[in-house]
Every structure is written in structure tokens, then in C-alpha cells.
Design a protein around this ligand. Structure first.
Ligand code: ZN
Length: 323
């Protein structure tokens, strides 16, 4: 690991864009802004360039929402930003003329756990984000899973309910992200409210279409019966999703981050533990909070720059003739 490197680390989230400069492991500068949602395919890259251009760095590393096309360095058809398709790698490379790494945000996050976080010393780990969307990154037998174009584990889109009418941002039905991603919470809440009969403040808000994750967990803490039931349902969905990941990857530990989980771990973690065995083939491994909380993507990007996995290196932009 090269701890003398100056690194521009970026986390392109569905709602927030985090831009940081590290000198080795030391955070020198950080900005958090809203991720551009209009302005064309270069709006996100231009925002990064604007914030980074006053700083000196040797390498840039970007963690981003997917799906990705790592060959081109673009985000392609993302359900979580109305831009849908936008360029990341090459505009950054052209502006700063430094190597530019790019990876899915959860892929970066799991690498961050593996190299810098509490996943150090383990060989098989999974990172899950519970946020606007549901995302997954995995290291199996010490190898970072990446896939053909960088999307080998878009596991937020595994089907958890064959009978669900809830449509995911990607268009699919019954996906983990459709059932339990933050972006779909008002639709889910309304559906559940129409199915229930008791009166509660939570149900009224849900019927009006105004439910959000923030309101939901606050009402659950206040004891609202509708909110408590919905949180219980969501925990069951997360347990089923995690059990599916355990069956696929056989991890030694699962790390969970993402704003919904980080802010509401007290209500989510016990619910997951309550239900996960109902869905699991294998004994569930320890489930732990993400080491870097909301900065998992940033530290993941940093980890990729400091110790670059070969699975990502092959997609890196190094020099002008590189296409
Ligand atoms: Zn989906």
C-alpha cells in the first residue's frame, strides 16, 4: 500500500456526491453536495472537476452507483438518477491527466472493508448498502467480484417476491430494491396501508403517499403500530435478501452500510436477526455495521487507489492512447 499517494476519492451516490482528497490515509479535504440530476451526461463529472481542481493529487478513484460500463467508464441506465447515462472516467482523466479508477460503489466499499476496515484478515466478505437503493459487493476467496462490465452483484435486483406488484426503478417486479429501497418506500407504504384497516398516524401518512424512510422510522420509535408493522415487514425482506447472499457467497462476515441502515440500525439489525434463519440454508455469519458508515464509498475508492485490485486495474484509464 502506497501511503504517500495523494488521492482524489469520489463517491457518486443516488442523492449525494462526496468528493475528498486524501494524503495516504489522512483526509485533507471533503465536500458533500447533491448529485446533479440534470444537465446532461457530463454534469456529474463537471461537478467533480469543479470541486477538485484546486487540489493536487496523483490518482483519482471513483465509486459510483451502477449499473456501470467499466469498459467505457460510464454509468449506464441507472434507475436512481434521472440522468440515467453519464460519463465519469474519461472527463476526469482529461482534466487532470492522472490514472482514474472506477468501480461500483458497493464493490469499492467491500474493498474498503477488506483493505482498511474491519474486514482485514478475512477472505470472504460481503458489503450491503441499505439506502435509496440496495447494493452489494463481494470478496470470495480473496477475489473481488466485478463481472463482465462491472455489475456482477447488482443483487438489489434479485427477486424476493413473485407476487409483488411493486415495480423497481429498473422496471423489474418484486426486486429487493423495489420492496425495501428508500426510493420506493412511499409506494410500498401506500400498498400496505390499503391492505390494513386499523387507524394510526402512520397509515394516514402512507395513504396520502407522503411516507419516507425518515418519517417511517421516527414513527416506529414513537410506537405507531402501522410503522412498526411496516418496519417488521422490511426487516423480513432484508433478512430474505441477506439469506440469499449467504447462499450465493458463503461469507465469513457481512457488513451493512447505507444511510437507512446507519441511522436506523437499532430497529433494523434485531429484525434481521429475528428472521434470517427462516430463510437461510447456511448458518448466518456475523452481521456488522460498515466500518466507515456514510463514508464507505469514499474509503472504498481510497482503498482501490492505495492497493488496486487487478479486477479493477484492467479498466483504469492511464494514458491518452488507452481506449
Ligand atoms: Zn430492480
Amino acid at each position: 500500500m502506497d501511503s504517500s499517494l495523494r488521492v482524489l476519492a469520489v463517491d457518486v451516490g443516488a442523492s449525494k456526491l462526496r468528493i475528498a482528497i486524501f494524503h495516504g490515509l489522512d483526509l485533507v479535504y471533503r465536500a458533500i453536495i447533491d448529485t446533479p440530476r440534470n444537465g446532461g451526461p457530463y454534469a456529474v463529472a463537471n461537478a467533480i472537476i469543479r470541486y477538485a481542481r484546486d487540489y493536487r493529487f496523483d490518482v483519482a478513484s471513483i465509486a459510483s452507483i451502477g449499473p456501470l460500463d467499466l469498459v467505457r467508464g460510464w454509468v449506464t441506465g441507472t434507475p436512481n438518477n434521472p440522468l440515467r447515462d453519464f460519463a465519469l472516467r474519461d472527463p476526469i482523466y482529461k482534466s487532470f491527466n492522472v490514472p482514474v479508477y472506477i468501480a461500483n460503489d458497493c464493490v469499492a466499499s467491500v474493498w474498503g472493508e477488506y483493505i482498511l476496515g474491519n474486514g482485514r484478515g478475512l477472505n470472504d466478505i460481503v458489503y450491503v448498502t441499505i439506502s435509496t437503493g440496495i447494493g452489494v459487493g463481494a470478496i470470495v476467496d480473496g477475489h473481488l467480484l466485478v463481472g463482465r462490465r462491472g455489475n456482477s452483484h447488482e443483487a438489489g435486483h434479485i427477486v424476493l417476491d413473485l407476487n409483488s406488484s411493486l415495480k423497481c426503478g429498473c422496471g423489474g417486479l418484486g426486486h429487493w430494491e423495489a420492496l425495501a429501497g428508500g426510493s420506493n418506500i412511499s409506494k410500498l407504504a401506500k400498498l400496505k396501508a390499503l391492505e390494513s384497516t386499523y387507524t394510526s398516524k402512520g397509515r394516514e401518512i402512507a395513504l396520502s403517499g407522503g411516507m419516507s424512510s425518515e418519517i417511517l422510522y421516527r414513527l416506529a420509535r414513537e410506537g405507531d403500530v402501522f410503522a412498526l408493522n411496516l418496519v417488521d415487514y422490511l426487516n423480513r425482506v432484508h433478512a430474505a435478501g441477506l439469506a440469499s447472499l449467504i447462499a450465493v457467497y458463503d461469507p465469513e462476515a457481512i457488513f451493512i452500510g447505507g444511510s437507512i441502515y446507519i441511522y436506523n440500525e437499532d430497529l433494523i439489525a434485531p429484525g434481521i436477526m429475528k428472521y434470517i434463519r427462516e430463510y437461510s440454508l447456511l448458518e448466518p455469519p456475523p452481521i456488522r455495521r460498515a466500518t466507515f458508515d456514510q463514508d464507505s464509498g469514499l474509503y472504498g475508492a481510497l482503498a482501490i487507489a492505495l492497493k488496486t485490485p487487478q479486477e479493477i486495474a484492467r479498466y483504469t484509464r492511464y494514458s491518452e492512447g488507452d481506449d
